[in-house]
Design a binder for this molecule. Sequence first.
Ligand code: PRP
Ligand code: MN
Ligand code: MG
Length: 177
Amino acid sequence: MAFYESQVGVLISEDKLQARVRELAAEITRDYAGKDLTLVCVLKGSVFFAMDLAKHIDLPLKLEFLGVSSYQGGTETTGEVRITTDVSKPMAGKHLLIIEDIIDTGLTMQFLLENLRARHPASLKLCSLLEKPARARTKVDIDYKGFVIDDHFVVGYGLDYGEVYRNLPFIGVMKGK
Ligand code: PRP
Ligand code: MN
Ligand code: MG
């Protein structure tokens, strides 16, 4: 029995995730053909999704990493979004595609969109693997969306509970949360 099995049930299987990642990558490849694309991967939650997606985008893209944290490892947002790591280059004039794991209350993305817009990119779009409309506190438009999910606390494929479970290859639900 795997270490997580008594605590986590499968919500979206690895096969389903990988199939959707390829579809999104194909869309992004078509839309950004001829443009100088920069993926802005939001640490830590988006890393697995962002790297799988990047592998299937057939364009000469660049990678940047931006760390933000507001959950402090728990199941409820603190409502205070903090930048923990900033990008390594100026973002002005670039075609930015933010890669995120989940839009839950939307507070993290509201903060990030404002923050990046203020740096005057050539364009700014958002790709999120998951959206949880039940808990939305602000409206966030997702340009590329993987799955819409119900109000579960989800883990795996980058998403954590107390910093653990990020390395599960599927999206799971914490039993009893
Ligand atoms: C999580 C998740 C998103 C954000 C979504 O990050 O990865 O970035 O919260 O929630 P929201 O829409 O309610 O703001 P977290 O703060 O847990 O940091 P992490 O990515 O390092 O786990
Ligand atoms: Mn995150
Ligand atoms: Mg987290």
